[in-house]
Design a protein around this ligand. Structure first.
Ligand code: KMH
Ligand code: ZN
Length: 308
């Protein structure tokens, strides 16, 4: 089994400040938690930005630049910038910061889908900001748009033109066939880093049978020319990524995907989740990959070829 890549998704755009006091929002909080997560063993940091005053997901280049240079100065972790942003953003907005900073890695969402966050709204009794409740409740009529034309644009503008490699976010089995389609069009090249995403309402469910099924189909479509990683939302995070590690796959933790460290207990930081999965995977006999090993495995261009 290869060394294991631990990714950590620091803040995302799904959870809102009222859900946890530990969700990083300001540049200081995002930078500090990113450095801690890298020091705990995360080789890849998956990053979104937020408005520092309200915690609302942000596409602002300035918000990203508030933390990216500082993280880069403090760790050699691979910085992976989301092109997903938030499902309420236009693709132009979602691409503004990634195109400006030219990262080694960025995410690519492999299909248009429902991204239903509204069930979480009923679990919040006190709202810190007035944007949160409508943001969550309106997701019952929200389409997370990723058409083949959108994907081709991201592959061209971030991959071909800026040398980024991708974290392919696959929320369902059909997304694997879409990725194969782009491989056939020579718009992507291996080795592929495929993120199986479980437990988003609108995507595939967090059942172990679905993980084995996605793996069987990925083997069929991509042979040896891919790595699979797993992220799972909420309470499903640790069980499913532990299964992935036992299967020889890679893992993603982070408060973007789950706010918990154990049943009913909020994680105090991203690093706490990194430390927990690191203990688990090392007990399973896996060795954690360094950022340098991650760059070698994924064929990344190097931190010195970014634009920040
Ligand atoms: N929020 C995760 C479920 C992206 O940033 O491009 C998937 C994700 C998408 O991280
Ligand atoms: Zn993300």
């Amino acid at each position: 089994m290869s060394k294991i890549l631990i990714s950590c998704a620091i803040t995302g755009s799904i959870h809102t400040p009222s859900m946890s006091p530990h969700l990083p929002v300001t540049a200081d909080e995002i930078a500090a938690q990113s450095v801690e997560a890298a020091e705990a063993g995360a080789a890849i940091l998956h990053l979104h930005a937020r408005n520092p005053d309200t915690g609302r997901p942000s596409a602002s280049v300035d918000d990203f630049m508030g933390f990216l240079p500082r993280i880069k100065q403090s760790t050699d972790a691979v910085l992976n910038i989301s092109t997903g942003g938030s499902a309420i953003m236009s693709l132009d907005d979602r691409l503004a910061a990634p195109k400006r900073v030219e990262p080694e890695m960025c995410s690519l969402n492999m299909g248009t889908m429902n991204f239903a966050l509204y069930p979480a709204a009923d679990r919040i009794s006190e709202w810190r900001y007035d944007w949160e409740e409508p943001f969550l409740r309106n997701s019952d009529d929200l389409v997370f748009k990723n058409t083949p034309r959108d994907m081709a644009r991201i592959l061209t503008e971030m991959g071909t033109e800026r040398g980024a490699r991708f974290e392919f976010e696959c929320y369902d089995v059909g997304h694997l066939y879409m990725l194969r389609h782009f491989l056939d069009r020579d718009l992507v090249m291996g080795p592929l880093f495929i993120q199986f995403v479980f437990g988003v309402l609108g995507g595939i469910g967090p059942d172990p049978e679905n993980l084995t099924h996605l793996k069987v189909i990925a083997d069929k479509l991509f042979g040896q020319d891919y790595y699979f990683s797993v992220l799972a939302a909420g309470r499903h995070q640790m069980p499913l990524i532990t299964m992935a590690a036992a299967m020889g796959g890679h893992v993603r933790v982070g408060l973007e995907d789950s706010l918990m460290i154990s049943r009913g207990v909020l994680a105090k930081s991203n690093a706490e989740q990194v430390q927990k999965i690191r203990r688990i995977v090392e007990d399973l006999g896996r060795e954690v990959a360094s950022p340098a090993e991650a760059r070698d495995m994924l064929g990344l261009k190097g931190a010195d070829r970014t634009a920040f």
